[in-house]
Ligand binder design. Structure first.
Ligand SMILES: C[S@@+](CC[C@H](N)C(=O)[O-])C[C@H]1O[C@@H](n2cnc3c(N)ncnc32)[C@H](O)[C@@H]1O
Length: 253
């Protein structure tokens, strides 16, 4: 059994993510991922691993389409919502850099920009190696990544939030182009036993260039790598904000 050291930043704002972002992200990501699953001939009943699955909204939609879904995430609080949102999925608390599952999945997906949370190519390579091991021969890895242009508009302004009777929250995005590190800061005020408490959570993310991603995927052994845009169409030059990568675990026997 893998011992997980939980230092997940999402634990402290899982309630906000579940209420305000989980479904919206899912509705945004579902069309291109559905399209690519079809295109790659991943049929209902296939076994899917949703890496960094968050609150499980995507898992439930895929289950509705007949897939068998396992979600993996480092945040127990996110998984508590996921178990309610997708009661028929299987969920695993683990770190995407260190998980160790037998070769049993037809497809591993990671929608949104979850993998931008890994702050170096070395860390991403660890994740890709774990994914490679978990895939069946000829299995497909489909994942989204934010590219640099996508973060350039993060200029320090407030981008989201809400005010309720007993809590208020705000999100502020920024990007450091020199260090190539973006940050979204969530501030939550919550009324606890008649006292307002403030919590600030800094989430760091990093953009990657398609060529460096393709290079590490190939290095690990993925083949037939393709890059798609946000709509799930083959990416052209203008695709510089967000891309979906696809690669096969091809085992030559
Ligand atoms: C932006 S959320 C996306 C969640 C979900 N994929 C979605 O589309 O709504 C990123 C998720 O990645 C998870 N995460 C971050 N670092 C992780 C790690 N090292 N291992 C596993 N999950 C991680 C977080 O806990 C969070 O649930």
């Amino acid at each position: 059994m893998v011992k997980v050291e939980i230092d997940s930043k999402y634990d402290s704002w899982a309630k906000i993510y579940n209420q305000y972002w989980g479904l919206e992200y899912c509705q945004h990501n579902l069309p291109p991922f559905e399209k690519l699953l079809k295109q790659y001939n991943i049929l209902p009943n296939a076994k899917l691993l949703d890496l960094c699955c968050g609150t499980g909204h995507m898992a439930q939609h895929l289950i509705n389409q007949g897939y068998q879904v396992t979600g993996l995430d480092i945040s127990e609080s996110m998984l508590q919502y996921a178990r309610k949102n997708a009661p028929n999925a299987n969920f695993i608390l683990d770190d995407a850099r260190f998980f160790n599952l037998p070769s049993s999945f037809d497809t591993v997906i990671s929608p949104s920009g979850s993998l931008n949370h890994f702050m170096s190519l070395e860390e991403l390579k660890e994740v890709f190696m774990r994914v490679y091991d978990a895939l069946l021969d000829n299995g497909v890895f489909l994942f989204g990544l934010n590219l640099e242009e996508g973060y350039k508009s993060w200029n320090g302004s407030l981008t989201d939030g809400d005010v309720q009777d007993n809590y208020a929250w705000a999100c502020c995005d920024s990007y450091n182009a020199e260090e190539k590190i973006a940050q979204f800061k969530i501030t939550i005020f919550e009324l606890v036993e008649n006292v307002w408490q403030r919590l600030d959570i800094n989430n760091l993310v990093k953009p990657y260039a398609p060529l460096e991603i393709i290079s590490i995927l190939e290095n690990i052994g993925f083949t037939n790598i393709s890059v798609y845009d946000q709509q799930g169409n083959l990416a052209g030059e203008e695709c510089n904000r967000f891309a979906i990568f696809a690669g096969f675990k091809f085992v030559n026997k």
